[in-house]
Design a binder for this molecule. Structure first.
Ligand SMILES: Cc1ncc(C[n+]2csc(CCOP(=O)(O)OP(=O)(O)O)c2C)c(N)n1
Ligand SMILES: [Mg+2]
Length: 239
């Protein structure tokens, strides 16, 4: 049983709020035409993002997806450097050349997003394998959405991560839609834990809007991986 301290609880709540305020500010500027390129926000996914961030250590890695601006600064990149990046400024964390979908920061083990949904699930295999071969106890948290589960990389990644017992935490935010396509219209099941069961990966479903449960479940997954037992899959239901 993982006990939450008052400090941790408050810290996670504060971080949820920081994510919400950051995204609201961004949305406002986007609507004024000030933010170049595409924008997808993490509004409604704050509890999951805070839970994941608070379960990780600095030496762990993240593979954020298109709704993870919040996770970028919760992992340690200064918020102003991310905001500058999103505005395409030279002071941004990737000199303003990456924008919302390509924001990486090696200093905090943020391996970066990629506009091709799911492709970074394969990249994570290499990072996990490298760390395992080096005897490190770090793990890589991969953020993906339910819609991405139709991609080939999703299945390739889960398959090899289990076969090679890699230290990868799959964090799947299931909001029930891929843009406007409901999960039921494109997948055999809306429960992704069922979908991945064939890969024999421990797969747990949790209410992604319930901060404490989401954090406890994420910590359990992290513990499993640190014990060298291989990958872990969590489906955070937010829809
Ligand atoms: C390979 C690929 N196909 C399509 C897109 C366009 N696209 C961007 S976000 C998105 C929805 C993805 O759905 P999901 O993974 O459920 O994430 P959500 O937006 O619901 O958080 C799509 C189709 C893309 N970026 N990459
Ligand atoms: Mg979705």
């Amino acid at each position: 049983m993982i006990e939450v301290t008052a400090g941790r609880y408050l810290g996670m709540y504060r971080d949820m709020l920081r994510v919400r305020l950051f995204e609201f500010a961004l949305e406002r500027e986007f609507q004024r035409g000030k933010v170049p390129g595409m924008l997808h926000t993490g509004v409604g996914q704050e509890a999951t993002l805070a839970a994941v961030a608070h379960a990780l250590r600095p030496e762990d890695g993240i593979f954020p997806d298109h709704r993870c601006h919040g996770l970028l600064f919760l992992k340690g990149t200064p918020g102003e450097k991310i905001m500058a990046e999103l505005f395409g400024k030279a002071t941004g964390v990737c000199s303003g050349k990456g924008g919302s979908l390509h924001t990486a920061d090696a200093r905090v083990n943020n391996f970066g997003d990629n506009a091709v949904e799911g492709s970074f699930m394969v990249t994570a295999l290499g990072v996990g394998l490298g760390w395992k071969m080096q005897g490190k106890r770090s793990l890589a948290a991969v953020m993906v959405g339910d819609g991405t589960s139709g991609r080939g990389e999703w299945h390739e990644s889960l398959n090899l991560a289990v076969a090679w017992k890699l230290p990868i935490l799959y964090c799947c935010v299931n909001n029930g839609y891929a843009i406007s396509t409901p999960a039921a219209a494109s997948h055999a099941t809306a429960n992704l834990t069922e979908f991945v069961a064939g890969y024999r990966i421990p797969a747990v479903q949790v209410d992604g809007n319930d901060l404490l449960t989401a954090w406890e479940t994420t910590c359990t997954g992290v513990e499993h991986i640190r014990e060298g037992k291989g990958p872990y899959f969590i489906e955070y239901k937010t829809g």
